[in-house]
Design a protein around this ligand. Structure first.
Ligand SMILES: Nc1nc2c(ncn2[C@@H]2O[C@H](COP(=O)(O)OP(=O)(O)O)[C@@H](O)[C@H]2O)c(=O)[nH]1
Ligand SMILES: [Mg+2]
Length: 391
């Protein structure tokens, strides 16, 4: 799974990326978990079953801090989007190609209205963040439309010569975007498209296709700027899935925690001063405390969690070998927390653990009830499952 952090220049994409990937040694093995320059690892939070089961867990693929499981998720900091990127302006197509590899997008917007459409700073409150939402969608939709337009003659020819369906032709051109044939078919139907439709119909098709396949959460960033809250309140009802955030504050808190100045857990609603801090640092920290008081948290972790659990509809499942001891082969208790799509079955989990285990699946045991469940049993969030596979 990959989350793409995107938006205009100067809105705080890199700050958001740095904040969410800067993880305390307690959670991550490496301090700064950047894979490649703009690829990193962040974590979603979920309640670990260890407390409820009265066991001390020994996580292998994730970390547990005080009963909270931190499960790794990859993120990419995508180059700034400029108007007309779909025509190749700026980093244009590279930007859009990067977007397509992500499963969900975090669209960072400067909610203080202090960044103009080209990504240049402007006086706070002079740019309407709603324009950014519109522009963002437009760039993506026109880009998809461009791919279709470039190939439509070819698709049309194959429909005549090879008796291919429009959906097959479109699917071949757009499969790189992570869409399925069924999905393309559904969107063709929804937008009433045929091969001779006018351009607007193809645009409508592109929009429907992207809305369904690339969920977007909007981060109303720079909420710490005094006028930002008012702007946020004025636009929030017009934007689907928007969460206020302050990437700068989250980054400052994680850095201070790393230096031992404060104790703070990502996503927390407060922090405690621990070590020595200069007066300037203390003043900065106190103003961040106000942001936390006002909004409950800096919003960064909430955005990551919402993207994964709400937009991508993931749940957390704990596969174990021994359903009594909740261990793997080596005796590690609750070793792995796996993110699976809501609606996944016991058999899906088996395949996710290992293809071989999936192929040799016999049954599964729900560790909480001790009962055997069938291959088509739908998993619930927090389930602990032992898979029984044949030889
Ligand atoms: N006040 C405030 N400024 C921020 C916040 N996040 C980023 N910035 C500032 O916005 C500017 C651009 O940030 P950057 O992360 O480089 O943006 P990018 O171009 O989108 O990657 C920098 O001066 C940041 O310090 C925030 O949450 N609050
Ligand atoms: Mg940047």
């Amino acid at each position: 799974m990959l989350l793409g952090i995107c938006g205009k220049t100067n809105v705080g994409k890199t700050s958001f990326f740095s904040a969410c990937t800067l993880v305390d040694a307690e959670i991550s093995n490496r301090v700064f978990t950047t894979i490649k320059p703009n690829f990193g690892v962040t974590y979603v939070r979920s309640k670990c079953p260890c407390k409820e089961r009265g066991v001390t867990c020994k996580p292998q693929n994730s970390k547990c801090v005080d009963g909270v499981r931190y499960i790794p998720v990859k993120v990419v900091d995508i180059a700034g989007l400029v108007p007309d990127a779909y025509k190749g302006r700026g980093l244009g197509n590279m930007f859009l190609t990067d977007i397509m590899t992500a499963d969900a997008l975090v669209h960072i917007v400067d909610i203080s209205g202090g960044t103009d459409i080209n990504g240049n700073p402007c006086p706070v409150g002079t740019h309407n963040p709603l324009d950014d939402i519109e522009f963002f969608r437009r760039e993506i939709d026109y880009w998809v439309l461009g791919i279709i337009k470039k190939n439509i003659d070819h698709i049309s020819k194959r429909m005549i010569v090879n008796k291919e369906k429009l959906s097959e032709g479109l699917y071949k051109q757009l499969s790189g975007l992570g869409v399925s044939t069924e999905h393309v078919e559904r969107c063709i139907e929804k937008s009433g498209l045929d091969v001779n439709s006018p351009e607007e119909k193809f645009l409508e098709f592109s929009r429907t296709l992207m809305e369904d396949s690339k969920p977007v959460i909007t981060a109303g960033n720079k909420i710490d700027i005094p006028q930002a809250e008012e702007i946020f309140n004025a636009v929030k009802d017009k934007i689907k899935d928007i969460i206020p955030c302050s990437a700068d504050s989250e980054l400052a808190l994680r850095k201070a925690a790393e230096k031992g100045i404060i104790s703070y857990m990502p996503g927390g609603g407060d922090f405690e001063i621990r070590g020595n801090a200069t007066e300037k640092q203390l003043a900065a920290l106190e103003s961040i405390r106000n942001v936390l008081k006002n909004f409950g948290s800096t919003g960064v972790q909430k955005i990551i969690d919402t993207a994964v659990f709400s937009l991508l509809e993931m749940i957390v499942v704990y596969p174990v070998e021994n359903e009594h001891k909740l261990t793997d082969k080596k005796g590690n208790v609750l070793p792995d927390a796996m993110l699976v799509k809501r609606g996944s079955t016991a058999l899906d989990l088996a395949f996710k653990v290992h293809e071989d285990i999936g192929k040799r699946f016999i049954s599964a045991v729900d560790a909480r009830s001790g009962k055997s469940v069938a291959a088509n049993h739908i998993l619930k969030d927090g389930d602990i499952i032992s898979i029984k596979a044949g030889r």
